[in-house]
Design a protein around this ligand. Structure first.
Ligand code: FAD
Ligand code: FES
Length: 278
């Protein structure tokens, strides 16, 4: 069992959970994830390890409440325990050793970008983060990323930072010609748009894919993605891939696979923490 030691709401539907998981905290690397089951009967859901405190034996998960399982998870309170936390899974991020990295985070993807920016900063790489949210209250992890380098905040409605998508600020930063690599994590259309910006400039771009994961061990095939014409499993070959090689059409289709099923589950779910149910 993995006790929740701290629970912090970050935005209207994103919650940070700091969870006891000593061995994972001691061994995790940037880019890796865990598979979490709230109870032994619950669905298995992959969540990126946003941070870790090895001395305290605690990992940080940042959860966006989008479906039944994530809503149940964020409804848990401090002191309650998650039944299983399996990991660290996935390949660690390919971190450059020197130069200038652009870390682009959209929505909850900003929390996923954080360990990557941390790992780069520790190596002495210059980090610039571009983070976005629909409006001010949806911007997360700004303070944490400011400790690691320059941060450009974008909001779709202009209520904070600059008005516009993260792709607008990314385009301008790329035009300065000082960027060696881009890491982009967020909604699939955002990652695809960033990859299309960097493709003509030949700037290596790593995206973190969020397909359907079931076992997390490469056995079930649930997380198939097409990268450079080859079938890969995001759980064992990823979750990060070269954004210029990913078949984003196929990925977008796969992410829709269980939408109807999820909506059916949500119809029978009464939210106790004030979130909308559709
Ligand atoms: C590897 C990986 C790990 C993940 N791990 C977790 C996890 O640990 N926990 C979790 O809850 N979820 C996780 N996710 C889920 C995923 O990040 C979210 O579903 C996704 O970010 C949607 O966020 P949102 O609804 O806030 O997006 P939105 O609020 O719709 O968008 C956020 C921002 O993205 C930009 N954007 C959106 N659409 C576009 C577009 N068409 N063009 C350009 N820019 C755009 C804008 O700047 C916008 O403000 C993970 C995803 C990935 C890829
Ligand atoms: S989650 Fe089963 S193969 Fe990747």
């Amino acid at each position: 069992m993995h006790r929740i030691v701290r629970r912090t709401p970050l935005s209207p539907n994103v919650t940070r959970l700091e969870v006891e998981a000593r061995r994972i905290a001691e061994t995790r690397a940037p880019g890796q994830f865990v598979i979490v089951q709230r109870t032994l009967e619950s669905e298995r859901i992959p969540l990126t390890i946003a941070d870790a405190e090895p001395a305290a034996g605690v990992i940080t998960l940042v959860v966006q409440a989008v479906g039944k399982s994530t809503r149940e998870l964020v409804a848990m309170q401090e002191g309650e325990a998650i039944a299983t936390v399996c990991g660290p899974l996935g390949r660690p991020t390919e971190l450059i050793e020197r130069g200038h990295a652009l870390c682009v985070g959209g929505g909850v993807g900003t929390a996923v970008v954080h360990p990557i920016a941390q790992g780069l900063h520790r190596r002495g790489v210059r980090v610039t983060s571009v983070i976005g949210g629909r409006s001010r209250e949806w911007v997360i992890y700004e303070a944490e990323l400011r400790r690691l380098g320059e941060v450009v905040v974008c909001t779709d409605d202009g209520s904070y930072g600059r008005k516009g998508f993260v792709t607008d600020a990314t385009r301008e930063l790329l035009a300065r010609g000082e960027v060696d690599i881009v890491y982009a994590v967020g909604p699939v259309p955002m990652m695809r748009a960033v990859a299309e910006l960097t493709r003509p400039l030949k700037v290596h771009t790593i995206v973190s894919l969020n397909p359907i994961m079931v076992d997390g061990t490469g056995m079930c095939g649930g997380c198939r993605v097409d990268v450079g014409g080859k079938t890969m499993f995001a759980c064992v070959d990823g979750p990060e891939f070269d954004g210029h090689l990913v078949d984003f059409d196929l990925l977008a289709d796969r992410l829709q696979t269980y939408r109807a099923h999820e909506q059916n589950l949500m119809q029978g779910h009464a939210c106790h923490i004030g979130l909308p149910t559709s």
